[in-house]
Design a protein around this ligand. Structure first.
Ligand code: GUN
Ligand code: FE
Length: 456
């Protein structure tokens, strides 16, 4: 197959969700990828250009043809993940958010002062995410600037598209002595240093890895820090991420401290901007939704984590119907899976629970919230184009001008849970089955900007 210096073409079945709720399945299509890893053309079999594209690439030895049972999907976007929490995946989920932060998470994150430990954990995490098809990840790291720089280095070296944030948190009442920024000024300067470092990384062509301004959440930050980060966001035009109205405790804490909702507070500090990613946002009001929509900020829906820490199911359909940009997040380790496909399933399940309700002691008519469900089409869109749109990045679709970030799913792997019956399953059934049951080992190859970043 041709390499990144010449460009190449792929021929096979491509499946994507270009708009919410709509999928497109392109059988025997040819996708041409240029030397920069960007999609130059997509040819359907009926088009005149199809045969020419096949022949040209074949002559150059740059045509890769997939066999029956193989499908190419866009790479997955994880809009919200805590890289340092990787060692505690699947642990400590019996606690409330507040107790979990104090007893487990802050002590674990404090260990990332040690660079060697950070490198070991971050290397393992990035490898695992790529193997699961996550081609873009939006990371919270820790307060430590040095080890956060190493996370950016590792993403770039392994070819993962990433937004990397040094966590800012300075409130002495809410953050432990051993784990916080020494002052608001230190949090702002550390963030500024990280932004400069990531933007200047050698080899960071086309800003594959980007910095993101990352106040942990309002409860752990002083007003001074939040204001300073808002000014820095304006000055650097950097992405921003934070947690928003996640749980009853967190939502009430902010109302009590600021007399405003999280969203309003984040906006007033200058942190609600186009492509700001608000994690969770379970308790946002209608006015908050309006504000998020008008600002063109986005929400990272973390359906698995929410079942443990959030005390409620995010009203996904209401937010989508208001036109808000939304993608999915694993929220490792609040969520105990590194897989965005898993989170597609949890998003569907949570939406069904919200629609029907969960307490059998209540009458069916009073049990749930009507019109809340999503299906696998919307789940795929959230996991790919939805997340990409929230970030303003040109990925998530097989369209000319988009970067080729993709994964190859093989539905014929012996020993897989993914069962396709070719005489009974239409292409749409096969896509649905992939969303419900494809696992890490069914994802045979992963590309970011045309570069193979994982192969099994
Ligand atoms: N709110 C503040 N920090 C965190 C975190 O690490 N995980 C989750 N789920 N919520 C948070
Ligand atoms: Fe989180």
């Amino acid at each position: 197959m041709g390499d990144a210096t010449t460009g190449f073409a792929l021929r096979g079945t491509f499946m994507h969700a270009t708009r919410r709720g709509e999928i497109e399945i392109m059988e025997d299509a040819v996708v041409s990828v240029d030397a920069q890893g960007s999609i130059g053309a997509v040819h359907h079999p009926a088009e005149a250009g199809h045969a020419t594209a096949v022949n040209d690439a074949r002559e150059r030895g740059a045509l890769h043809e997939f066999h029956e049972g193989q499908y190419v999907l866009p790479g997955l976007v994880d809009l919200h993940i805590h890289a340092p929490q990787w060692p505690q995946l699947g642990k400590a989920l019996h606690l409330s958010l507040h107790d979990w932060l104090l007893q487990y998470t802050f002590p674990l994150e404090a260990k990332f002062a040690e660079r060697a430990f950070a490198e070991r954990v971050y290397t393992s995490l990035v490898d695992t995410l790529l193997a699961n098809g996550t081609t873009t990840a939006v990371y919270f790291a820790t307060v430590h600037v040095e080890s956060t720089m190493r996370l950016a280095d590792i993403c770039l070296a392994k070819g993962q598209r990433a937004l990397v944030g040094k966590v800012a948190m300075d409130d002495a009442e809410q953050c432990p002595d051993g784990y916080r920024d020494a002052s608001a000024a230190a949090g702002i300067e550390g963030t500024r240093d990280l932004i400069a470092y990531v933007r200047a990384m050698p080899g960071n062509r086309g800003a594959l890895v980007r910095p993101v301004i990352t106040p942990r959440f309002i409860p752990s930050c002083t007003d001074h820090l939040l204001e300073g980060l808002g000014v820095l966001a304006e000055e650097t035009a950097c992405h921003v991420q934070t947690h928003c109205s996640e749980s009853d405790w967190e939502h009430a804490f902010v109302l009590d401290r600021l007399g405003r909702t999280d969203t309003r507070g984040i906006a007033d500090f200058g942190l609600l901007r186009p492509n700001t990613i608000l994690a969770h946002s379970n308790f946002i009001t209608d006015e908050d939704m309006e504000l998020i929509g008008q600002t063109r900020a986005g929400i990272a829906h973390c359906p698995l984590s929410n079942l443990y820490f959030s005390n409620a199911v995010f009203p996904l359909r209401s937010a989508l119907d208001k036109g808000i940009s939304i993608g999915l997040g694993t929220d490792i380790s609040g969520g105990a899976s590194p897989s965005i496909l898993d989170n597609c399933r949890h998003a569907i399940t949570a939406s069904r629970a919200l629609e029907d309700g969960v307490d059998p002691a209540l009458d069916a008519a009073r049990r749930g919230r009507p019109a809340s469900r999503i299906d696998f089409r919307t789940a795929l869109w959230l996991a790919t184009a939805g997340g990409a749109d929230a970030l303003g990045l040109p990925v998530g679709r097989f369209e000319p001008g988009c970067d080729f970030d993709a994964m190859l799913v093989d539905t014929r792997r012996a020993g897989s849970n993914l069962m396709v019956w070719e005489d009974a399953d239409c292409p749409e059934d096969i896509l649905q089955k992939i969303i419900y049951n494809a696992g890490r080992d069914d994802i045979r190859r992963v590309w970011v900007r045309g570069r193979v970043v994982n192969e099994k």
